[in-house]
Design a protein around this ligand. Structure first.
Ligand code: UT7
Length: 351
């Protein structure tokens, strides 16, 4: 049997685009710095009270409609997020219920920005063993909850005054805060009807030695109680990120893994039509591209509009490319991503 392929996709971005200049109202940063160092121009934020299951339901419905199937045909849900509605349970079962998928198994994966290579491997395994035939894979994030400012009105209204203290606080986290945006993407996965098509191979890796390069201290269950007021005072709900180390890890580990995957499947880099990469920083993808000797036009980018949407990034990008007619049957695609964990991975798929 051939591997899984994408038979439907959908995406959802909450609220209006928020430009870099709006962020410069709540912390010391600038449109020029953000564009030059990351490639990001705007991002979206989930409104207060809106969680990933709310975002994902829109993307999932669009993906099912695109696939031309109704929910009753979905026999497995995989939900990827690092910003769940609740510490537990994960949002997989919540979204299955909202879509009316009666008692369908729902698996939550938490591989952060690398969720999609992992989830594709799991989905393919489920289909290969007969546990599922149609898998709904959703990636959704609501990072707004960890942004280091409280004066959200200032993003929309230049007249709103932000105190020096609030500004200094947000500025301490500016390297992280400018990167992330919210959104949801969904893929409907089924075995490809043609032999040799669909998912060809996946390589995923983890290295917990790098876990503290990007992590959130508060909200974990090492403390009694697990949430305490001082954690908020010390901003322990805001992720700590060692940006340069992550950058270095991405630009070395991803090209090495892509070469390893291609060698294992006898695929030359020139045969790959599209490199669909996670969008953490445009400079990371430029460096990966250069290391692989791949031309810019084969590495599509949407980071300018959405920033880093973690697990939602690849499904959102896939949906844009499918709807724009860029991704076509028979093309060979390489997915690649690295994120907190550390986890990194790459996957080859013949559409
Ligand atoms: O999804 C996976 C997880 N995340 C990543 O993969 C992120 C990977 N890392 C990165 O994308 C980059 O390291 C960052 C965008 C986070 C930072 O860029 P950088 O070029 O590595 O900057 P840096 O941290 O080395 O900082 C350079 C300067 C510093 O100022 P000084 O010390 O040179 O005066 C920072 O304080 O830039 C300053 N800076 C900023 N300035 C304006 C850092 N963030 C900002 C900002 N606005 N937002």
């Amino acid at each position: 049997m051939a591997g899984i392929t994408i038979v439907g996709s959908g995406r959802y971005l909450p609220g209006p685009p928020v430009p870099n200049d709006a962020l410069a109202r709540v912390m010391d940063t600038s449109d020029a710095w953000i564009r030059q160092r990351t490639g990001i121009a705007t991002r979206h934020y989930a409104p207060d009270g809106v969680g990933v299951s709310d975002l994902a339901v829109h993307a999932a419905r669009a993906a099912l409609e695109d696939a031309g199937i109704d929910g009753a045909q979905v026999d497995y849900v995989i939900f990827a997020t690092m910003t769940p509605d609740y510490p537990f349970p994960g949002p997989g079962a919540l979204i299955a219920a909202r879509l009316g998928l009666d008692q369908v198994p729902a698996l939550d994966v938490r591989q952060q920005c690398c969720a999609i290579p992992y989830a594709l491997q799991v989905a393919d395994g489920l289909v290969a063993t007969g546990a599922a035939r149609t898998v709904l894979l959703v990636g959704a994030e609501a990072h707004a909850g960890f942004m280091p400012w409280t004066e959200w009105r200032a993003l929309e209204d230049p007249e709103v005054v932000v105190s020096t203290q609030a500004r200094e606080r947000a500025t301490r986290h500016r390297g992280l805060a400018v990167l992330f945006g919210d959104g949801a993407g969904a893929l409907v996965l089924r075995p490809h009807p043609k032999p040799g098509h669909g998912l060809i191979g996946v390589r995923v890796r983890s290295d917990g030695h790098g876990a503290h390069q990007l992590y959130v201290e508060a909200g974990g269950f090492r403390r009694r109680p697990y949430l305490q007021p001082w954690m908020l005072e010390e901003d322990l709900h805001v992720p700590r990120m060692e940006g340069r180390e992550l950058f270095r890890a991405a630009v070395t580990r991803l090209p090495a893994l892509v070469r390893e995957l291609c060698a294992a499947h006898d695929v030359a880099l020139e045969q790959i039509d599209w490199f669909i990469a996670h969008q953490a920083n445009d400079r990371i993808n430029a460096a990966v591209r250069e290391a692989l000797g791949v031309p810019e036009e084969r590495v599509p980018s949407n980071i300018a509009r959405y920033g880093n949407t973690s697990s939602a990034t690849i499904p959102i990008l896939v949906d844009e490319l499918r709807r724009d007619g860029v991704l076509r049957e028979d093309q060979l695609v390489c997915f690649l991503a690295l994120g907190a964990g550390l986890h990194w991975g790459a996957a080859l798929m013949r559409l």
